[in-house]
Design a protein around this ligand. Structure first.
Ligand SMILES: C[S@@+](CC[C@H](N)C(=O)[O-])C[C@H]1O[C@@H](n2cnc3c(N)ncnc32)[C@H](O)[C@@H]1O
Length: 352
């Protein structure tokens, strides 16, 4: 960002907003949960709604609504007219109705909020010190299948929101050379594997993941009747000397490598290289911080990096493409195709 001239009074206001950021965040979560935003929006045709109407219709005290809406007005989330009628601003509208904002907000509240209190320790120790708020695991991925239902729902909705949308578009390139065997590294719930199985009736899939996730993926595959074409492999890439078999035509890694530090990424890719022949393609999907058209997308990635720091593993992040390309070449891979996919993602097709 370039240096901007800003009046001291405005800078102070910005600083105060940050000082009280958790207050406005929780106010917004509460206004959503109580249905206040919905009701204000529904009544917009009547020129807005007063606190006393909101109180009667929602059975929430006027005091409670008053303290919430007062600060929401200062943050430009709602407006109040001379008759005391509230309406949503554009920001208020996005906070209640934009899907990406909703997914991010639920993820922040349910998965990260309490853990973020330990960010300072996490930075000092290089460990996900906030994770203890959710459970006793080395990384969040060891505990994914054991998270409480609400936390799990928010985690998976966040994960799927940023990958589901590009799977369909990716299939054309993935199946260009008619792969017979595809390895899905970090197969998660089996969503991409299922799309491949439906797309090509001959392809066989090997899914690699931690035990809890692998069990979930294989159960989903079985539910859809595809179990004969899928083999599951338990693996923990953080253990010494992880191995995968030979025989893949395509090794697929979607939003997987960002779960690891730079050294770990090189180790994982070198393991893949050892299993590849000269035709095997490694297809990597990532969202790079330096390839976003919009500042708000870059900002979401920067916040996601802090999730990795404090909750997930303590040492990974959303990467810059230049840094990432160096890791790929260090592992002995060459990028053959560098493709934009969807609005935010990059697809890298690599060979050894
Ligand atoms: C962010 S999710 C991505 C899932 C999916 N590929 C997608 O595009 O949505 C990362 C996946 O990597 C797996 N994973 C994370 N750390 C791992 C580790 N140390 N060993 C094996 N798998 C791991 C997680 O269980 C999860 O399924």
């Amino acid at each position: 960002m370039t240096k901007k001239t800003i009046r001291a009074i405005d800078a102070l206001q910005e600083a105060q907003k940050i000082a009280f950021a958790p207050f406005i965040f929780q106010t917004t979560v509460t206004l959503r949960k109580l249905g206040v935003f919905d009701l204000i929006f529904d009544e917009r045709g009547l020129g807005g709604v007063t606190i006393s109407d909101l109180s009667k219709k929602l059975s929430v005290s006027e005091y409670g609504l008053g303290v919430l809406l007062e600060i929401a007005e200062s943050y430009d989330i709602v407006t109040k007219d001379a008759q005391g009628k509230f309406e949503l601003t554009k920001t208020g509208y996005f906070l209640n109705y934009n899907k990406t904002v909703e997914v991010n907000m639920n993820f922040t509240n349910d998965v990260c909020y309490q853990g973020l209190f330990h960010l300072n320790e996490a930075i000092k120790n290089g460990k996900p010190e906030g994770l203890k708020e959710l459970g006793d695991w080395d990384t969040i991925y060891d505990g994914l299948s054991q998270l409480t239902p609400e936390v799990q729902k928010s985690w998976f909705e966040f994960d799927h929101h940023y990958s589901d949308g590009i799977f369909e578009e990716a299939l054309n390139r993935v199946f260009k050379n008619r792969p017979k065997t595809l390895f899905d590294i970090g197969g998660n719930t089996g969503k991409f594997a299922l799309q491949c199985l439906n797309h090509d009736e001959n392809v066989k899939i090997n899914i690699f993941d931690l035990p809890g996730q692998l069990k979930k993926a294989l159960a989903n595959i079985k539910n859809e009747g595809f179990e004969k074409r899928v083999v599951g492999h338990e693996i923990n890439w953080l253990h010494d000397n992880p191995q995968i078999p030979k025989g893949a035509d395509v090794i697929w890694m979607s939003q997987f490598l960002d779960c690891f530090s730079e050294d770990e990424i090189v180790k994982i890719l070198k393991t893949c290289v050892a299993s590849m022949d000269s035709d095997t393609e490694v297809i990597i999907i990532e969202t790079f911080t330096d390839r976003q058209k919009f500042d708000n997308a870059k900002f979401v990635l920067e916040a996601t990096s802090l999730y990795f720091t404090v909750m997930a593993n303590g040492n990974s992040k959303m990467y810059n493409s230049v840094v990432f390309m160096e890791l790929i070449s260090k592992a002995g891979l060459t990028v053959k195709e560098d493709l934009a996919i969807g609005e935010f993602h990059t697809m890298l097709v690599c060979k050894k």
